[in-house]
Design a protein around this ligand. Structure first.
Ligand code: AMP
Length: 114
């Protein structure tokens, strides 16, 4: 996906503030953080939304969450608590159409979310 900003991060064209990387997953700090820890975990392969995930992506999906766990450990928020969020399409507020898992923590989270 030539014009996808997260693909450019995944292929090294743009280098964000990376906090975790493996062969399939990249995690970096959000440009506009909504909490002291706000990290986005993405698959390196382009997948537009959660709706485009297939059963073949089950392992990849698990890896996104395992990376989130690593990020929370590294930022020292694993025991205090943190939130993971994937926004899917317009009503959820998705603005970048490359699947990303938000990892938010370092402050109390409210429920329900807005
Ligand atoms: P969403 O609204 O769920 O699609 O989330 C998109 C997120 O990407 C937002 O939290 C943005 O602040 C973040 N974002 C957009 N562009 C960048 C960028 N260049 N580097 C880091 N985070 C970004």
């Amino acid at each position: 996906m030539g014009d996808c900003i997260f693909c450019k991060m995944a292929n090294g064209e743009i280098r964000p503030d990376v906090v975790y990387e493996d062969d399939q997953v990249l995690a970096f700090r959000d440009l506009n953080p909504q909490a002291p820890t706000h990290v986005l975990v993405i698959p390196k392969r382009h997948i537009s939304t959660l709706n485009e995930l297939s059963p073949a992506d089950a392992e990849l999906t698990g890896r996104l969450f395992l990376a989130a766990r690593e990020v929370a450990e590294a930022d020292g928020i694993a025991e205090r608590g943190y939130r993971t969020v994937i926004n899917c399409n317009a009503e959820a507020g998705q603005s970048v159409f490359h699947v990303h898992l938000h990892v938010l923590g370092g402050r109390p989270m409210r429920w329900p979310p807005g």
